[in-house]
Design a protein around this ligand. Structure first.
Ligand code: C2E
Ligand code: SIN
Ligand code: SIN
Ligand code: FE
Ligand code: FE
Length: 415
């Protein structure tokens, strides 16, 4: 267990980290890790309020993680529950009060809520002590619920959470809610920008950009771990990559609807116009000096380059649209970037984007069956894609598939 001094250090660090992280998912991951370490809790979850429901959004479980083995990721399915008194988390959200249960299998009969044993049964886990608190913002609105499970003493024996833990975790939950408020605002502004830009098509939703961004982060993490990149560097870059990947096609804002929404194959001329979305996107971040803006420009510019040099737009100045001197081909057009000439995040988003495009319905194509998609990607290794990135893609394929279930395409008929 942590000493008093370590605890105070950790509290200070949690608030700093919260300010640094702008992205929602990564923010939740980090808060939950720190809070669990603080209370020496084996497991924990965060539920986010969406409308009248609580969405089970993030979970960590050391015991299950150890059973799974090092480096693997817990796969969790998103599910929702109503904000009602029948579940523990629902009760906490509805009544805005903490619930501290020493053993969820022996709950006082007079309370309205029940513990749902499904998760334990499915995962062969035994939940015992559970502390659940509301995450409320300044206005007193509930934004979500934080739940930590199975406090342990120094010998690893499961113990109840103490009453003094209740007010302490409320402090964390409140600062998490404030950061969540800000992060949700940032994300909704970006999503609006993307909606305006790329998703003018009523048949599209934010799901594609969310999936491409989340796939990219997973692939990057696997790649970077294999290359021995330091964990803190990976974490820092993940935030930036996610936002930048969401904006990979933002240059489509400048492409006419006639081309963008054409329900058939493009002519050669139309495709030449479409290719401009790469450097037009990069130009949107022209005067940006932040790391995010630089990476966003890089991803927009490079996500259609190919490892073997046959991609586009190649070695081009995004502003003048002229080839970079020394990189002209005989006909005067810029030579395609190849191999390591393509920035890493461009190589990663290229694969994430094609994987998602092949799995999805487009105005011009049906979704491909999974085995054909995987064959295509495998066969494109060393041609379209960086072989190392393809390796990382297959390493985390199970996680990618669970992500795609988190961001389903909405049925256009439903509106
Ligand atoms: P997108 O639909 O997001 O597709 C991204 C990339 O996924 C494509 O880049 C391509 O590399 C891959 N991809 C998508 N569908 C297929 C497919 O059926 N077969 C194969 N082998 N690969 C596929 P690309 O080709 O540079 O296209 C960039 C963007 O241009 C596409 O983004 C889409 O918005 C548009 N586009 C491309 N071809 C057509 C078309 O025939 N009709 C229409 N309406 N739009 C197209
Ligand atoms: C609940 O809060 O009621 C659900 C807890 C769980 O199933 O882990
Ligand atoms: C996209 O690439 O995200 C959208 C393509 C389309 O609208 O078909
Ligand atoms: Fe694109
Ligand atoms: Fe795309």
């Amino acid at each position: 267990m942590l000493s008093e001094k370590e605890k105070i250090d950790l509290i200070t660090r949690i608030s700093i980290d919260i300010n640094e992280v702008k992205d929602l998912d990564l923010l939740l991951e980090r808060i939950l890790t720190k809070v669990r370490r603080f209370f020496n809790a084996d497991a924990g979850s965060i539920y986010i309020k969406e409308g009248d429901e609580l969405k089970f959004s993030y979970t960590q479980n050391d015991t299950l993680q150890q059973r799974l083995g090092h480096g693997k990721k817990l796969i969790y399915n998103t599910f929702s529950m109503p904000i009602s008194n029948s579940s523990i988390a629902g009760y906490v959200a509805r009544n805005k009060e903490a619930v501290n249960i020493p053993d969820v299998y022996h709950i006082n009969r007079r309370v309205p809520y029940n513990f749902d044993r499904n998760f334990d049964n499915m995962s062969d886990y035994r939940t015992c002590s559970m502390l659940t608190v509301p995450m409320t913002n300044q206005d007193g609105d509930v934004l979500g619920v934080m739940q930590i499970i199975n406090a342990q003493d120094d010998e690893g024996v499961i113990i109840p959470f103490s009453p003094s833990d209740e007010s302490l975790i409320m402090h964390f939950a409140t600062s998490a809610a404030l950061a969540l408020d800000r992060a949700q605002m940032t994300r909704s502004i970006i999503l609006r920008m993307i909606n305006m830009a790329e998703l003018r098509d009523p048949h599209e939703t934010g799901a594609h950009v969310n999936r491409v961004a989340t796939y990219s982060v997973e692939i990057f993490e696997d790649w970077a771990k294999a290359k021995g990149v330091k964990a803190e560097d990976i974490d820092r870059q993940k935030d930036v990559l996610r936002m930048a990947a969401m904006l990979h096609d933002v240059g489509k804002i400048a492409i006419s609807d006639l081309i963008l929404k054409k329900p058939a194959r493009l002519t050669d001329d139309e495709f030449e116009t479409m290719k401009r979305h790469t450097f037009l996107g990069a130009r949107l971040f022209k005067d940006g000096h932040s790391e995010f803006e630089k990476v966003a420009a890089q991803v927009a510019l490079n996500h259609h380059e190919k490892w073997d040099g046959t991609g586009y737009p190649g070695h081009i100045d995004p502003y003048t649209e002229e080839p970079i001197p020394g990189f002209e081909t005989k006909n005067g057009s810029p030579r395609g970037k190849k191999g390591d000439e393509i920035p890493l995040f461009g190589r990663i988003v290229a694969l994430a984007d094609v994987y998602d495009a092949l799995c999805s319905r487009r105005s011009y194509k049906d979704p491909w069956p999974e085995d054909r998609v995987l064959e295509e990607i495998d066969g494109s290794s060393g041609r379209h894609f960086d072989p190392d990135i393809v390796g990382s893609f297959f390493n985390c394929l199970d996680v990618l598939k669970s992500i795609s279930r988190r961001y389903p395409d909405r049925d256009p008929e439903e509106g």
